[in-house]
Write a protein that binds this ligand. Sequence first.
Ligand SMILES: [Cu+2]
Length: 304
Amino acid sequence: MFSNASNFVQGVDSAFFIITGISVFFLVTLTATMIFFVVKYNKKKGKPAIQIKDNSLLEITWITIPMILVLYMFYIGWQGFLPMRQAPKDAMQVKAIGSMWKWTFEYAGNKQSYTLVLPINKPVKVNLVSTDVLHGFFIPAFRIKEDVVPKKHNYSWFIPGQLGDFDLFCTVYCGVSHSYMSAIVRIVNQQDYDKWIAALPVKKANTNSGHAVLEKNGCIACHSLDGSKSVGPTFKGLSGSKVDVTTNGAPRKVTADDAYIKTSIHEPNKDVVVGYPQGLMKSYKGLITDKDIEQINEYLKTLK
Ligand SMILES: [Cu+2]
């Protein structure tokens, strides 16, 4: 249907090239005229300078022409932009969740993926959700860029027009590992898509309330539950274990009991786990209730 990677490529590119063309035209002609005048009316040639007053025709011209040009630039930009905010009602719906520092995509039927796989030539509406801070949903090849704002429902939509893998980036500096916050958008045939989505496992709902607290507060973005090393130490086996920490610059060993975990949440920089940087985790004091911390502790005890 389209020879472009998405239905927005043409509108964005023509606005870009026309505005660049007008800018280059003025840069070249104004610079050339300036150089020409500097030479032609050079003081050394002995022509005296004269004062020119009021020239209505000239003034009207230099107001009208730039105004038309600027309005024209606005018009073509607006034309490229308008369709981006009018998602078709029958578009397929996907949720893109931005969190420090990864993208997660949720499909109908509670299926979840870290690659955004989509069928070609089918309109898709991507609902943008952030679990923590401001992120930016950017697919350069599709000419799509939209803010992902916490507590606000934003969206983007497009029709993929080319098979293949495309880059998706976060454009908003969202913390230390912002540069790792990228994902792949994979455009496939309808049959391949149907096969892929059928094989994608349904996300098991974890009904544990402690787990819900960790998820709601974005802790899982930095702490894994399965033993793998992430931005912060894993939660697996943490409860009751011996942890090497640095307190006020001095190394010591502590037991990860309920009190230690509470302190780690309230004052993460007090006991810094060896091998991890200080200052990465913010204090959750006043953000998480004592009751929630109790639930976290109960849950961590189950992660053996
Ligand atoms: Cu981000």
